[in-house]
Write a protein that binds this ligand. Structure first.
Ligand SMILES: Cc1ncc(C[n+]2csc(CCOP(=O)(O)OP(=O)(O)O)c2C)c(N)n1
Ligand SMILES: [Mg+2]
Length: 274
């Protein structure tokens, strides 16, 4: 259970993650707004409460890992990392520009706090499972978190990793499915309907539950349950809204990669601050 004070703190953190994400994209004038906005509440709970990390030591051996397999949501992760103190706030103005440390997609060689390079969809969960197995062999206590998109889950490699994780009893791995029901240019149901992630994952011998991906307390409680090391990998299916919290992008179909004018960004940030 979160205290009221903690909920308020996480709400504020999620709001700031959204504001900085919109602001970053406005500098170049475009970006992957929809899929970045849908994970801001999750990132708030992870970096604001759950994850064991040290901004001064991004490579700290005992840290928890986050593999954001949907690497196009990098700007939201950068906002969280910067607000946590992994790198100066000013870097956020350099998103996706020549010589930047913040490329459009996550790159662990460029950005302090990014654990794994992602962007080619479908691969992150395999990497996360490999890391989780290595940590188990070494008897390390690190928690490994991975975020995939609902459209991304159509990549077959995910299901190999899902079988591998169950076979190897990777109960130090927590998978989040950002179930925002949209992919690049259509709804996920229209392209390849994934039906129930919970039922699919359970039939692959995972423990899985579904929560409202914008309810901070529900996300936190689900993670607490998922941290239970009972021999099974755990999944939290987050029912989210693509573009959530960005006034000009929320809940519209064409919000995957969009133009972001300075005026639009200002209006959206004002709306968040109201
Ligand atoms: C292997 C691969 N194929 C295609 C793409 C292009 N691409 C980038 S995002 C995206 C849609 C992903 O949808 P989803 O996983 O639902 O992401 P979200 O809704 O969270 O943005 C696609 C097809 C890619 N990055 N990698
Ligand atoms: Mg999606």
């Amino acid at each position: 259970m979160l205290t009221d004070k903690k909920v308020q703190e996480l709400e504020q953190f999620a709001k700031e993650i959204r504001i900085h994400t919109i602001d970053q994209m406005a500098v170049r004038g475009f970006g992957h707004m929809g899929g970045a906005m849908s994970i801001c509440d999750l990132l708030s709970v992870l970096y604001g409460k759950q994850m064991k990390v040290d901004p001064q030591r991004p490579q700290w051996e005992e840290r928890d890992w986050l593999i954001c397999s949907k690497g196009h949501a990098g700007p939201a992760v950068y906002s969280a990392l910067s607000l946590k103190g992994f790198f100066p706030r000013g870097w956020l103005k350099t998103l996706n520009q020549p010589q930047t440390s913040l490329p459009s997609h996550c790159d662990h060689k460029k950005t302090p706090g990014i654990d794994v390079t992602t962007g080619s969809l479908g691969q992150g969960l395999s990497v996360a499972a490999g890391i989780a197995l290595a940590k188990k062999i070494d008897q390390n206590q690190n928690q490994i978190y991975c975020i995939i998109g609902d459209g991304e889950s159509q990549e077959g490699q995910n299901w190999e990793a899902i079988m591998f994780a169950a076979q190897n009893k990777l109960d130090n791995l927590i998978l989040f499915v950002d179930n925002n029901k949209q992919q690049l240019d259509n709804t996920t149901a229209n392209i390849c309907n994934m039906e129930s992630f919970k039922e699919k994952l359970e039939s692959f011998h995972w423990e899985a539950e579904e929560v409202d991906g914008h309810d901070l307390e529900a996300i936190d409680a689900a993670i607490e349950r998922a941290k239970n090391r009972n021999g099974k990998p755990h999944a939290v299916v987050l029912n989210t809204i693509k573009g959530k919290g960005c006034s000009f992008a929320e809940n519209i179909l064409k919000n995957h990669h969009i133009n972001v004018s300075k005026e639009q960004a200002e209006d959206a940030i004002d709306a968040l601050n109201r």
